[in-house]
Design a protein around this ligand. Structure first.
Ligand code: FPP
Length: 234
């Protein structure tokens, strides 16, 4: 089957905007948190599939700076899912040699969650099989402003390379492919600086329904794209 063909010419860095959890739940007359819980299951399978293909960098948009404005109940349920994910699956990640990195301002998170996140980052620091980069309380405008202010504080003009090192993704290459599920075609404040030459794929599938078959279809589509990075075809 075409979709099950192991894709060639894989991205080095794939990023996911995991949209559609709420609608998935609504369609089933379930609370939104049930959609997020199902979203975590999909997330685990997709992350596994990416690392099994030896894609070295995977980024996930798990909690945006704007998500803070959702109801207290939903924010709390997202916090507890993130906490559960880090505690339950950390061992698995370490066994697989996956380094965890986080981008975003986690100072806003409750102390127990901050400690769990720091522990995961610390324990996995030396892992080399792959990097799972999770966006938590992340917003690209916020990230760019922080970098600009850091440069201003240092009192020196910066080159593009130096500026990139002031971003959360300092040691992570730019995403080659950004996938957004849930039928919306926008970036929603995700990796605005890093996505200058990224390829995009917008899928109608709601995130909890997104599976390996959908991933392979997208990777096969990506493999056929011609990336010119602003240059003419050689
Ligand atoms: C968008 O769906 C999804 C989110 C705001 C949260 C994504 C989070 C997870 C999948 C789980 C938590 C993450 C980790 C790291 C354990 P939506 O709620 O905006 O859906 P809708 O557009 O259908 O309402």
């Amino acid at each position: 089957m075409k979709s099950e063909k192991i894709p060639q010419n894989l991205p080095r860095h794939i990023a996911f905007i995991m949209d559609g959890n709420g609608r998935w739940a609504k369609k089933r007359f379930l609370p939104r948190k049930a959609g997020h819980r199902e979203g975590v299951k999909a997330m685990r399978k997709i992350v596994d599939a990416c690392f099994s293909l030896d894609i070295p960098y995977v980024s996930l948009y798990a909690f945006s700076t704007e998500n803070k404005n959702r109801s207290e109940e939903e924010v709390r349920s997202l916090f507890s899912l993130i906490e559960e994910y880090f505690t339950k699956f950390m061992g698995e990640m370490l066994e697989k040699g996956i380094r965890i990195t986080v981008m975003g301002d986690v100072s806003y998170f409750p102390e127990n969650l901050r400690n769990t996140i720091s522990e995961a980052i610390e324990k996995s620091r030396e892992c080399t099989h792959g990097t799972l980069n999770i966006a938590l309380n992340y917003g690209a405008r916020d990230e760019i402003l922080r970098a600009v202010n850091a440069a201003v504080e240092a009192g020196q003009k910066v080159s593009a390379e130096e500026f990139a090192r002031l971003l959360y993704t300092a040691d992570i290459p730019d995403p080659d492919l950004i996938v957004r599920t849930g039928g919306e075609s926008r970036l929603s404040n995700f990796m605005l600086y890093q996505s200058a030459y990224s390829e995009f794929f917008f899928s109608e599938v709601l995130w909890p329904d997104f599976n390996k078959k959908h991933l392979y279809e997208i990777l096969n589509d990506y493999a056929l794209r011609e990336r010119r990075f602003g240059k003419v075809k050689s």
